[in-house]
Design a protein around this ligand. Structure first.
Ligand SMILES: Nc1ncnc2c1ncn2[C@@H]1O[C@H](COP(=O)(O)OP(=O)(O)OP(=O)(O)O)[C@@H](O)[C@H]1O
Length: 299
């Protein structure tokens, strides 16, 4: 569904160039639910903007839904934004109009007319568990409820890809967990591909695949060990857990198309290899062994 190869984004301001993405590689299959985590400034939102067609990459390759996004004309880009992607933002003002009701808000982006439009809005509010509040104005709803309406809006035109930038950033922990549960349900029931940017490791634990970005590059990947059902049962038991995402997920380093991997800095440091620019690699049965230049097996 998504393939980024060596993706680069450079922002140019009057006297400064900021390299927000510096050769990012990422593949997301159709129907996957992925969380992107990383520190502030690591390039998460920049990546989401590229995926959503809100901004164009400076270099590299990017395909979404089989289309080469670097070759899009303005017209194709507008069509892509309308028909292929749905967005949920942290900033509610970007999603919602406060003086309209939940149903009216959801009806705005629906391309159907009359009764069919109303039915589709009702169906969407039902899908996000908000049909009972359809006639309430947005400013009469809680933050979590407003975010549910925002998700309904994002689904209005049957997008293939749902992008969410810190969708739980302005709600409490319990509400955030419920919203993540909703994303999981939509992913499973509709088979929707979903990419969620978050800096919250606890929330990322609710997602089967977590991609970490550091300095504008994918640095590692975590894939959940247990199935979603097993994980839910686990979560009920350890309701207020504070364990790290590494405890529930298996960690992988990312390999790009040319076979390059980034060895975690702490591994190199632990083995005294930090700063080396030459390492011996040997294939031993089904393992690749890294050896220090001095000849001592190191990994
Ligand atoms: N429009 C822009 N013009 C100039 N620099 C930008 C622009 N947008 C982002 N940047 C810079 O690019 C880098 C990556 O920003 P980005 O917003 O993608 O990070 P982020 O991981 O989403 O951070 P946060 O979690 O704080 O939102 C930062 O150094 C940021 O200052």
């Amino acid at each position: 569904m998504i393939k980024c190869e060596n993706l680069v984004k450079i922002y140019k301001t009057s006297d400064l160039e900021v390299v927000a993405l510096q050769g990012l590689d990422l593949t997301i299959e159709q129907g996957e639910l992925t969380a992107i985590i990383g520190n502030s400034g690591s390039g998460k939102s920049t990546l989401l903007n590229m995926l959503g067609g809100l901004d164009r990459p400076s270099a590299g390759r990017l395909w979404v839904d089989g289309k080469d996004m670097l070759k899009f004309s303005e017209r194709e880009l507008t069509r892509y934004k309308k028909e292929t992607v749905g967005f949920v933002w942290q900033n509610k003002a970007r999603n919602l109009i406060p003086y309209l009701t939940a149903r009216e808000n959801v009806e705005i982006p629906i391309l159907l007319k009359g009764r069919r439009k109303r039915l589709r809005a009702m169906e969407l509010l039902e899908a996000v568990g908000m049909s009972h509040r359809r006639d309430n104005r947005l400013d009469q709803l809680s933050g979590g409820e407003q975010q549910r309406v925002a998700i309904a809006i994002a689904l209005a035109n049957h997008p293939k890809l749902l992008l969410a930038d810190e969708p739980t950033g302005s709600v409490d922990t319990k509400t955030a967990a419920l919203i993540m549960e909703l994303f999981n349900r939509l992913n499973q029931e509709l088979g929707l591909t979903i990419v969620i940017v978050t800096h919250d490791q606890q929330l990322a634990k609710q997602v089967s695949r977590v991609v970490a970005i550091r300095d504008g590059r994918t640095s590692s990947e975590l894939v959940r060990r247990a199935s979603y059902a097993e994980r839910l049962a686990e979560m009920e038991q350890e309701a207020a857990t504070t364990s790290a995402v590494e405890d529930s997920h298996e960690e992988y380093v990312v390999m790009d198309g040319a076979g390059r991997i980034q060895v975690p800095a702490n591994y190199l440091e632990a083995l005294g290899l930090a700063g080396s620019n030459r390492i011996k690699l040997q294939l031993e049965g089904d393992r690749i062994v890294m050896t220090s230049p001095a000849g001592k097996p190191e990994a």
